[in-house]
Ligand binder design. Sequence first.
Ligand SMILES: O=C(O)CCC(=O)C(=O)O
Length: 425
Amino acid sequence: MKRRSRMESMETKRVQPIATLTFTKTQDETIPEEFIRSENEQPGFTTFNVSPPEIPVIDLSQDQKDVVHLIAQASQEWGIFQIINHGVPIEVVDKLQSVGKIFFELPQEEKNLYAKSPGAKTIEGYGAQFSKEIEGKKTWVDHLFHNIWPPSRINYQFWPKNPPSYREAHENYAKYLKYVVDKQLIYLSLGLGLEEQVIREAVGGDELEYLLKINYYPPCPRPDLALGLIPHSDMSAITVLVPNEVQGLQVLKDDHWVDAKHIPNAFIIHIGDQIEASFFNFLWPYLMVLLTSLFNAHGLASWLEKLLYLNSGGKYLQIYINHAYIIKQGKTLGTTRYHQSIPNGYASYWCFYKSILSNGKYKSVLHRVVVNKDKTRMSWPVFCAPPEEMVVGPLPQLVNEANPSKYKTKKLKDYQYCKFNKIPQ
Ligand SMILES: O=C(O)CCC(=O)C(=O)O
């Protein structure tokens, strides 16, 4: 009996069974309240539909000089691009996707064998909802995380045994992916005018860790109200993502949420925080945190909010109890995964955590995922990040009097701690 109720409560924490229940029980197309985003986040209101710009697509079979130029340009202007002719055989990706799909279609009890235990320190395992959002909102997605490279970082306990070919498919994919990642890091280095191995070495060289995630976004009766993932940037150096054919990824470009078009056999490359460029220096947010904390302590936060908003003509940076928000002309820009939008409906995003290597040249992309009414979206991002103990900071080659260091040098694990706990970097 006890076991049964534990099992039941685990199941209700997964989105997949909730989605199935929602579809079978309701005729009126409602979804549980905790999945309904505030208006400023709802995709129905915030997606840019009128001839949106398109994420750059880069053909790697071109001359290397052109590839480097295009990648550097996309990394500065977008922080994301798609690559084609990347050298990974279609069958390898098909196999990866088919074993992942089989896993997510297994009975709930079997998937739960790989569940993260509550309070576990590791990110690896099967679960839902990466971190709690302040208003208790949930995203419409389940996931499985596990490392795939280097071999010393693999914990096979998190790799499903069913289907039996799961392991081979992932080992094979990791082998090919390594080649793609190494190449991207070379292009990014060359794009900054550096020797080709500089960035790769700076993010760990052979120790660079590959964390694979499988996202499973079931069909949602109200895709206009829910989000698969709230806006965030990745803590990685770069992320390589393959989606299935169901579109859903959106990126923030010039204050608008635009769709990442599905391109068969393309890989999507995200520039992560470790390589990013931020447009703020870090003293300004510290000052604002101090100010707002003082105001909060006296219950005056919402007054301060209004004052700032009015005085800035609707365009200002706001810090709200340790959270940074950028609000432009009252429009939704987004929130990060680690905090929530503010109650007055303006949108926001966290601006402290930005780092590091390129000292302002490349940008990490703010992205989110919308869900589909009839189809299941799945995606396979691989977050490539330095080992936790590694110290990351601006590359000395990129710092000089004209371009002083904008970011602190620190261990990746300290950086992650700050990001998870919303502490200024
Ligand atoms: O599903 C996607 O396309 C994006 C996934 C993502 O951003 C994430 O898992 O952090």
